[in-house]
Design a protein around this ligand. Structure first.
Ligand code: ATP
Ligand code: MG
Length: 253
């Protein structure tokens, strides 16, 4: 089972958008479980209607119910373990309990594997608190999602420094070989300039363009694949999913 997350500490870059869209594309390659590891619960509110969620991730972490019971089928081959956007206690649990449970997420991951999933996608919130660190510690691949904007190169410095610390402090073994530059608008000359700066780093780059189809599908509780089947970003999302499915890197960029 491959464990994947889209992460950078910076907020609002499109992490949840990528997790939910690539999760959808990945289901062609196997059984996919998405876990909403963000106390904001954005991935959950995107995929589910109000009232659909009965049990959340933090219930599992606290042994309040069975994992299989809490997982919802959201599409064929695509499943979600959600987090309440309001009224949940993932944040409080992580701040008060998680420090004494260093293997909590590793155990969760073993349980997910035992249920027969091929892929686990974790959506993480911004920042790098104990919650994000504890999840990143057992992830196989981290895909940074950055915006084509002035501060992105700085954001990547902070991101890479954080990864290095996790490798040292927690013996994390993830790879970080692919990067998404999100919300690119080819009509902005500056976007091209920022892309060029980011291209100097050692990542294979996937460009996702700014698109109303990507944002407008969210309140409809659908994905861009379903909402806007001709969207020009679908090919890159599928390509990224196909690479993440194997973890392979064909060495080109
Ligand atoms: N390529 C895109 N084109 C248009 N809108 C986009 C695109 N990518 C993301 N968005 C929109 O930008 C907003 C922020 O995206 P998203 O919630 O995925 O960011 P995030 O990094 O998960 O944020 P947070 O750090 O709060 O978790 C959302 O409204 C989303 O619909
Ligand atoms: Mg998010």
């Amino acid at each position: 089972m491959r464990k994947i997350t889209f992460h950078v500490p910076k907020g609002g870059t499109g992490k949840t958008t990528l997790a939910g869209s690539v999760g959808y594309a990945l289901r062609r390659h196997g059984r996919v479980l998405m876990i909403d590891g963000d106390p904001q619960g954005n991935l959950t509110s995107w995929y589910l209607n109000n009232g659909d969620l009965q049990r959340e991730l933090s219930d599992i972490m606290q042994g309040r119910c069975d994992l299989a019971e809490a997982i919802l089928t959201v599409r064929e081959n695509l499943y979600l373990l959600g987090t309440f956007a309001l009224g949940g206690d993932l944040k409080e649990w992580s701040e008060t309990q998680l420090a004494s449970k260093p293997f909590a997420f590793e155990r969760l991951c073993d349980q997910v594997r035992d249920l027969g999933y091929n892929f686990l996608i974790f959506d993480l919130g911004p920042g790098i608190s104990i919650l994000e660190k504890s999840i990143l510690a057992f992830i196989d691949e981290v895909v940074p999602v950055v915006a084509a904007e002035y501060f992105s190169a700085d954001g990547m410095e902070i991101f890479e420094h954080g990864l290095q610390e996790l490798r040292q402090d927690r013996k994390a073994t993830f790879i970080a070989e692919r990067m998404v530059i999100n919300r690119v608008n080819d009509r902005y000359a500056l976007h091209k300039a920022y892309q060029d700066v980011l291209k100097d780093r050692q990542y294979k780059i996937f460009i996702v363009h700014q698109s109303t189809g990507i944002s407008d599908c969210v309140p409809e509780h659908t994905t861009v694949f379903e909402y806007d089947p001709k969207n020009k970003n679908l090919a890159v999302l599928k390509d990224l999913a196909a690479e993440l499915a194997t973890g392979g890197n064909d060495g080109t960029d």
